[in-house]
Structures are given as C-alpha cells and as structure tokens.
Design a protein around this ligand. Structure first.
Ligand SMILES: *Cc1c(COP(=O)(O)O)cnc(C)c1O
Length: 223
C-alpha cells in the first residue's frame, strides 16, 4: 500500500468511528506521530493531507519543525519533557500533551513567550511505568497550576497499557472522560478542559467512541 492510501485509510476509519459515535468528523483531530521516520517521510505525510505533527522527543521534534515550519501545520509535543529542555522547544509547540509535574509547569510558565496549550497527563491505569498524575494527586496539583497564567490547560491526555484488552481500554477512556468533565465543571480560569488526547494506532476507534478529540497515530501510517 502507498503512503497516500494508508493516510486515506486512517482518515476514513477515524470518520467511521466518529459516525458510529454520532459525532461530527471534525470533532476529532488526527495527529500523525512521526517519531519512526525522518523529515522526508513526514513531508510525504503532509503532502498526503496530514495537518497535525506529533513527536515525543525534543531533538526529533526540532528536526521535523526545521524542515516543515513553512507549512501550515499544528505542532504537538506528546512525550515527557525534561525541565532543562523546556526553553529549547516550548515556544514552537502548539500543544504540549505530557504535563506531568508542577515543577515542569513552573518551568513552562517561566520560559513561555505566549500562552502554551497543555494537556495534563493522567495515569488512570495506575501502572507505575506510566507518567502522569494519579487521580488522587490532582486535588493538590490544581491549585498550584491555576496561577500559572502562561499555561492554558486544554484537557487531559492518557495512555492505555500496551497489552490492555478492549474492556480495560473502555474503562480507562471512560474514566478519563469523566475526570475531564469533572475538572471542566470547576471552571478554573486557565483550564478550559474541553479536550481529550487519547487513542493510538491500536485503540483509536475505541477512544473516539469514548470521546477523544485528539488521537495520536504513528504505526498505522507506516505499516
Ligand atoms: C509513539 C506514540 C504514539 C503513537 O503510537 P502508535 O502505536 O505508533 O500509533 C502516541 N502517543 C505517544 C505519547 C507516543 O509516544
């Protein structure tokens, strides 16, 4: 299959999942995760219609950004970010998906030259290999974040365990959605909390059914 036809296949399957969920197609943004490929391949994806690029590491983000910054794209940093690297990258990022500590948030506040849209990463499954705030931690964290006026907390991001079965996935995505609604109702000034970043190549149709507004898809574009 050509790259073009794989891109079309992914977009079609996202549209199908939206339709099944009774949601408009444009309620879900597809982020192409380009961490497996170089900037030439990323550029092919853009030619094939991709509008959101996601990278999980700063060096690879900067490589793609340098090559493709003249295109009209949205740039997503989706992986954990070391504090000392914040200044190199944060002002190039449209959405940062992996806010997982107050210290990191404070560093972003300090380095930001404009409002940075961030997702709070939450660890719903409780796996200790996963980054992110536990549900219990959030009560202490929210008051610390609400004064950081350079951050706009647009929603929650979660990653399901790799080997999770469908029932577990549904449970994790539903709990994330419930938590998002709960936080949204708090109407905290810098936390609109309208978005949900969840779903990867193996589970995005389920995530869309459960309310994802951003899906992060890598493998499905390349295999
Ligand atoms: C790699 C990665 C993805 C994409 O995973 P695929 O299974 O290849 O679709 C999504 N989110 C994050 C944070 C990643 O690191």
């Amino acid at each position: 299959m050509t790259l073009q036809s794989r891109v079309e296949k992914v977009f079609k399957s996202v549209a199908n999942a939206c339709e099944q969920a009774g949601r408009p197609t444009d309620s879900v943004s597809v982020i192409a995760v380009t961490k497996y490929v170089d900037h030439n391949m990323a550029s092919q994806l853009v030619k094939a219609g991709v509008r959101h690029i996601g990278e999980n590491r700063v060096d690879k983000f900067l490589e793609k950004y340098e090559a493709l910054k003249s295109e009209n794209l949205k740039w997503h940093l989706i992986g954990s970010l070391q504090r000392r690297k914040v200044k190199e990258v944060i002002n190039l990022v449209d959405y940062f998906h992996a806010l997982d500590s107050v210290k990191l948030a404070q560093e972003i506040q300090k380095r930001a030259q404009h409002t940075i849209k961030c997702f709070l990463q939450v660890n719903i499954s409780g796996e200790d290999t996963k980054h992110g705030f536990s549900i219990e931690e959030l009560d202490d964290v929210l008051p610390e974040l609400e004064n950081l006026n350079n951050l706009e907390i647009v929603g929650l991001m979660t990653m399901a365990p790799f080997e999770a079965d469908e029932e577990t996935l549904v449970d994790i995505f539903q709990k994330t959605k419930v938590l998002q609604e709960l936080l949204k109702e708090k109407q905290i000034k810098n936390m609109p909390m309208t978005e949900l970043s969840m779903g990867m190549s193996g589970d995005y149709p389920i995530a869309i059914r459960e309310g994802a507004t951003f899906v992060r898809i890598g493998t499905a574009f390349f295999k």
